[in-house]
Design a protein around this ligand. Structure first.
Ligand code: SF4
Ligand code: SF4
Length: 176
């Protein structure tokens, strides 16, 4: 230990520094808020509880292709189809890491992460989200302009972006 460190230790310099900071903060504006009566705005593109998107006619957009389930790193999405129809779509939300891959990979913009973060529960079963709840989450949190803006701002790599970027080197096969 150096002499400087020894002096610091003996005189409790770090503790005094901490106390001075506390004293200073006591007379400044509080950074905490009285949640839930007071709330901060939610960051745009926040990844909260899932929802299954509906088209303007009110029908589920999901076709049950299973891409989201394949890409999900937590393997917490389960999609079941029968005779061409999606019969079950379920998310074990306790295993979800909210990475957003499901949303990013879906070719139909059919699954989203809403801005709802207040979905704590007392049982595991309540956090096993089934299709009906996921569809009603769309109505609750994402319907109308909100859903449209969400896709336009954050999850745009749909058909518009699938063209060849300008300056891209292209392979041209030989004509036989
Ligand atoms: S949410 Fe999208 S990716 Fe997942 S099964 Fe439905 S259509 Fe396919
Ligand atoms: S956000 Fe990520 S972890 Fe959660 S369901 Fe989607 S792909 Fe899986």
């Amino acid at each position: 230990m150096t002499a400087k460190e020894l002096v610091k230790k003996v005189l409790f310099i770090e503790i005094l520094k901490g106390m001075a900071l506390t004293l200073k903060r006591m007379f400044s504006h509080a950074v905490t808020i009285q949640y839930p009566t007071e709330r901060r705005p939610i960051a745009p593109g926040y990844r909260g509880e899932h929802a299954l998107a509906k088209n303007p006619e009110g029908k589920a957009k999901c076709v049950g292709c299973g891409l989201c389930a394949t890409v999900c790193p937590s393997q917490c999405i389960h999609v079941f189809r029968e005779k061409g129809q999606v019969t079950r779509y379920e998310i074990e939300v306790l295993r979800c890491i909210f990475c957003g891959f499901c949303m990013e990979v879906c070719p139909y913009g059919a699954v989203v992460l809403t801005e709802n973060f207040e979905f704590s529960a007392y049982t595991k079963e309540e956090l096993y989200l089934k299709r009906d709840r996921l569809l009603s989450n769309w109505d609750k949190y994402m319907s109308g302009r909100k859903g449209e803006e969400y896709f336009r701002k954050f999850w745009h790599p749909l058909s518009d972006d699938l063209g060849t970027p300008s300056g891209q080197a292209l392979f041209k096969g030989k004509k036989s």
